[in-house]
Design a protein around this ligand. Structure first.
Ligand SMILES: C[S@@+](CC[C@H](N)C(=O)[O-])C[C@H]1O[C@@H](n2cnc3c(N)ncnc32)[C@H](O)[C@@H]1O
Length: 275
């Protein structure tokens, strides 16, 4: 069994959903909330693993308060569409964090071997504290260094990258490494926020961040830096057309995007492709 994050002392998902709904109804008041200055992706991303280290202890509680978070990860895992509950397959989970995306893979493909990789030692330590079947292995490495970290392993039969690609300092180079580790024909699911192509999505995202995510992050961790980074990095991230093209340029075919439901519809997506 995989242990579940507790939700004690946090607002219930219903309260969060209500706040999200109310926030989404008042976009004009939030239009003035623009990221100040130019968003420096490289320096933000360089510090992002350190920031995840710092916030690892509260990560599961915070995302557990986000309605749909776990279900959407399972949805993206299912969309890899591996046969026979993953029997005979080895699947990579890159940017596995505290193991929530890993858990989605285990639930969806209980017969698969799963190699879960993350750059943050603290996030990985939280992941390793949970109970896992012996088909799961965690590796401490940056996505960019998979070639060295997984030397002699692979190619892999599927890859899930949940909330990773936005954080890569050089996205083209990082995506190329992911694609390199896929077997010919193997699927990849990039589970990610993308709002740049939709003014409505950008407004809802900003409203949700400032009404719920940033205040909640500050309340639980005492420091909202990671959650302000989340807001800014999502606004600065690729639109779907750009992200899809990036994946095609890396050599993937059958690239297409599927939505999730809930308040995240139009904001969180599964971008799929096949080597
Ligand atoms: C938002 S968390 C997502 C964790 C998990 N996939 C989930 O869905 O809950 C993003 C994770 O990506 C990791 N990360 C960021 N940049 C990375 C990189 N270059 N290589 C490997 N992991 C990275 C962070 O340490 C963090 O644990």
């Amino acid at each position: 069994m995989i242990s579940r994050p507790g939700r004690s002392r946090l607002r219930s998902p219903v309260t969060i959903a209500l706040a999200v709904g109310i926030a989404a109804l008042v976009p004009p008041a939030w239009r003035s909330l623009r990221p100040r200055g130019t968003f420096d992706r490289e320096s933000a991303a360089t510090g992002v693993s350190a920031q995840f280290d710092q916030d690892a202890a509260s990560y599961d509680r915070l995302v557990g308060a986000n309605p749909g978070y776990h279900e959407h990860l399972r949805l993206s895992a299912r969309r890899l569409d591996l046969p026979d509950r993953g029997a005979g397959a080895t699947v990579l989970d890159v940017g596995c964090g505290t193991g929530l995306s890993t858990a989605a893979l285990v639930e969806t493909y209980p017969e698969a071997r799963i190699v879960a990789v993350d750059a943050s030692a603290e996030m990985l330590a939280r992941a390793r504290e949970k109970e896992w079947p012996d088909t799961v292995r965690f590796v401490h490495a940056r996505a960019e260094d998979l070639g060295t970290a997984l030397a002699g392993e692979g190619p892999f039969d599927g890859l899930l990258a949940a909330y990773l690609v936005r954080n890569l300092p050089d996205r083209d180079a990082g995506v190329a490494v992911l694609v390199d580790h896929l077997a010919p024909g193997a699927p990849i699911a990039v589970h990610e926020y993308s709002v740049a192509d939709s003014a409505y999505a950008r407004r809802v995202w900003t409203a949700v961040c400032w009404a719920v995510i940033i205040p909640l992050g500050r309340r639980v961790t005492g420091d909202a830096s990671l959650y302000r980074y989340l807001w800014r990095s999502v606004l600065a991230f690729d639109g779907l057309a750009r992200l899809e093209q990036r994946l095609r340029d890396a050599g993937l075919r059958e690239v297409h995007t599927r939505p999730v439901d809930g308040w995240q519809r139009g904001i969180v997506h599964t971008v799929l492709g096949r080597r």
